[in-house]
Design a protein around this ligand. Structure first.
Ligand SMILES: Cc1cc2nc3c(=O)[nH]c(=O)nc-3n(C[C@H](O)[C@H](O)[C@H](O)COP(=O)(O)OP(=O)(O)OC[C@H]3O[C@@H](n4cnc5c(N)ncnc54)[C@H](O)[C@@H]3O)c2cc1C
Length: 625
């Protein structure tokens, strides 16, 4: 058959593959996406939720760049909450409970509807390359059915499927998540091309039937009253943040005893599993071992959707044998009669060393080959989607002969995530955290659109309607900040009673509204009582205006730090530089610089093992004062 070709082939229709395929097709490039199972497009093999600490920031950023996860999450939200409200605005993180099946349906439809995109069920088992100008270059792929598909670029987004194995106690078998088949053969093909692979692992808890849980013994956790959508294109009126409750339950001494007594039966502790797991998503047995003195661990009981009785027990992932899983579960209050619908398990899989990638997520060893998602060594739907978007955009830009897109660390958590991966690497599944960024105060949820929409527009993923909405929001935020700066609140009995009621010092002369907003004990919403002339504005606008006013000083300081770091970021290093010939560079620095081949002095300065002295030597060599 002759038309077995595309400009770009995406291997995988998980969270990374979806964003990569949609971005490339929407940028006008002929794209094909393969998945081993069409009924599992956008599957959530772990918690049925989108967002959370720092992950929420990623979703807002995906939206600003023109990605899809944000709109999908808004469309299938069954509960919404904002985490870390007790902390500063920079770490406020939106998290939604998503209807897992509705999410899959939404994403499959999104792929099916895209004119330039073909979605195909099939397993890619081999990557085809050819030599061109002394370099290895992508030619296409071969599927398990022996079909040869030609393409100029291939994006690998195979998640947790490569040579994956499932572990439940001493049982080990070849399979992917949720009973799907493992991906066989592709790892060997990638390794033969010079892609460095290593074994990672992750795990998931059991799913329990709702009818078998006595909720009267659990603590309910409701959604927030009003939700700000992830996407500027979503209608907030259409989102009900309190459709379902989640519940909280705690482990107890009996649970801990059962786990300790059976620790050797856990695949994790029997030595069966060799892969490295995510430090920030430990199994319950690891928590018991690591935090010996902790009397109880908090677990969240989360509905998996509106049209299912499956309940997800967050924080209780394990690789214990099935009988022990029952014992552990039934030791929890309210779970005495628990019925398991899906057993917990651990999964081990091949993932690539991201030090082999350029900041565009193209592999250094094969031009036209890109990596995205869990395959690159991360963990999480949001991290995967962010990388898929960047890989899809860059593969399409290369296909269109246009300038690549590299997001600096100061622009976004997406930029930070990718820079961490390709510059520092990771020895375990990497999870995004706000503490990883040196620009936290600038990288907030409320201003993701300000930071990235122009870039999304440049690459061709932000259409006119959307761009107009963004410009309008920006105008309204600026106007509201101006209004707060010029509005004077006059002293009066009513005003001073309001201030006293909020333990805020009374005034005896006029004070500008912005001064009151800056008072830690006051906020924009509360001040509506004495700020009677305020316009009706969306929550997204008021939130952004308030944060810009409240943290104005800090924001200015961080912006000057960014300006300083940009000096080093803008100093590019010639691609063909030979570090072994630079006098004064330490051996370790020569090795690391030659391996990672940083694009800029800024990236070079972040490589572990490269000291400030090495950077000065490099600057002299490059004639930079
Ligand atoms: C058991 C388990 C527990 C997890 N626990 C957590 C957690 O606690 N916290 C967390 O943040 N994340 C967790 N995750 C990770 C989260 O699920 C992933 O981060 C996310 O799904 C990664 O998205 P992805 O697009 O990279 O890959 P995936 O969602 O895994 O999608 C991969 C896609 O590639 C396709 N595919 C694979 N090989 C081939 C091939 N050869 N040919 C064609 N198609 C192929 C598959 O069909 C699938 O469509 C867990 C995952 C699993 C499996």
């Amino acid at each position: 058959m002759s038309d077995l070709r595309a400009d770009i082939i995406v291997v995988g229709a998980g969270h990374a593959g979806i964003e990569a395929a949609l971005a490339a097709a929407r940028m006008g490039v002929d794209t094909v996406v393969f998945t081993t199972n069409l009924d599992a497009v956008g599957n959530m093999p772990c918690n049925p939720s989108v967002g959370g600490s720092a992950k929420g920031h990623l979703v807002f950023e995906i939206d600003a760049l023109g990605g899809e996860m944000s709109r999908a999450a808004d469309a299938v939200t069954i509960q919404s909450r904002t985490l870390n409200l007790g902390k500063g605005a920079a770490v406020h993180s939106k998290r939604v409970q998503a209807d897992r099946d509705a999410y899959k349906r939404y994403m499959k439809r999104a792929l099916e509807k895209e004119p330039k995109l073909r979605l195909i069920q099939g397993q890619v088992t081999q990557i085809l390359t050819e030599e061109s100008e002394g370099k290895r270059k992508i030619k296409g792929v071969i599927t398990e059915l022996g079909e040869v598909w030609l393409a100029n670029r291939v994006i690998i987004a195979t998640g947790t499927f490569l040579e994956s194995e499932i572990f439940v106690g001493d049982k080990v078998y070849s399979a992917g998540p949720d009973g799907m088949m493992a991906s066989r053969g592709l790892s060997a093909s990638l390794a033969s091309l010079g892609v460095s692979l290593r074994r990672f692992k992750t795990g998931t808890p059991a799913r329990v039937h709702r009818r078998s849980i006595d909720f009267s013994q659990l603590e309910a956790q409701e959604g927030e009253n009003v939700a700000t959508p992830f996407s500027t294109l979503s209608d907030p009126e259409k989102i009900d943040p309190r459709l379902v409750d989640c519940h909280i339950v705690y482990t107890n001494a009996n649970t801990h005893r059962i786990i300790k007594d059976n620790l050797s039966k856990s695949a994790m502790y029997s030595g069966n599993i060799v892969g490295t797991g995510p430090r920030y998503c430990p199994s319950i047995e690891t928590k018991i071992v690591r935090f010996k003195d902790k009397e109880r661990h908090q677990l969240f009981v989360e509905p998996c959707g509106l049209d299912t009785d499956e309940m997800y027990i967050q924080g209780f992932s394990t690789s214990m044998p099935t009988d022990v899983q029952y014992e552990m579960l039934r030791s929890l209050p309210g779970f005495e009669k628990a019925e398991i619908m899906r057993y917990a398990y651990a999964i081990e899989y091949d993932s690539a060393d991201p030090l082999g990638l350029l900041p565009t997520l193209e592999f250094k060893c094969v031009s036209g080959l890109y990596g995205a998602g869990q395959f690159n060594g991360t963990s999480g739907y949001e991290e995967a989607a962010a990388q898929g978007l960047v890989a899809g955009i860059n593969a399409a830009l290369a296909e269109l002969g246009r300038e690549e897109m590299i997001l600096p660390r100061s622009s976004s958590y997406i930029g930070m995530l990718i820079d961490d991966l390709v510059t520092k690497g990771t020895e375990e599944p990497y999870r995004v955290m706000t503490s990883r960024s040196e620009y936290r105060l600038l990288l907030r949820q409320d201003n993701a659109d300000e930071r990235l929409t122009e870039i999304g527009r440049r690459v061709g993923l932000i259409d006119d309607e959307r761009y107009a909405a963004y410009l309008e929001k920006r105008r309204l935020v600026a106007e509201e900040i101006e209004r707060a700066k010029r509005t004077v609140i006059a002293p009066s009995e009513e005003v001073n009673k309001f201030l006293a009621d909020h333990s805020s010092s009374e005034i005896n002369t006029g004070i500008r509204l912005c001064e009151l907003i800056r008072r830690p004990e006051l906020d924009y919403e509360a001040l509506s009582a004495i700020d009677t002339g305020r316009p009706t504005l969306s929550r997204a606008v008021t939130m952004s205006a308030e944060i810009n006013i409240k943290y104005e000083g800090y924001i200015k300081r961080q912006l000057s730090e960014v300006a300083k770091s940009e000096k080093l970021e803008s100093r590019l290093i010639p691609e063909d530089i030979d570090y072994s010939k630079i006098y004064g560079l330490r051996t370790e620095a020569v090795e690391k610089l030659s391996e990672i081949r940083p694009k800029s002095l800024g990236q070079a300065s972040r490589i572990s093992g490269v000291s400030p002295a090495d950077i000065s030597v490099l600057m002299i060599r490059l004639g930079i004062s």
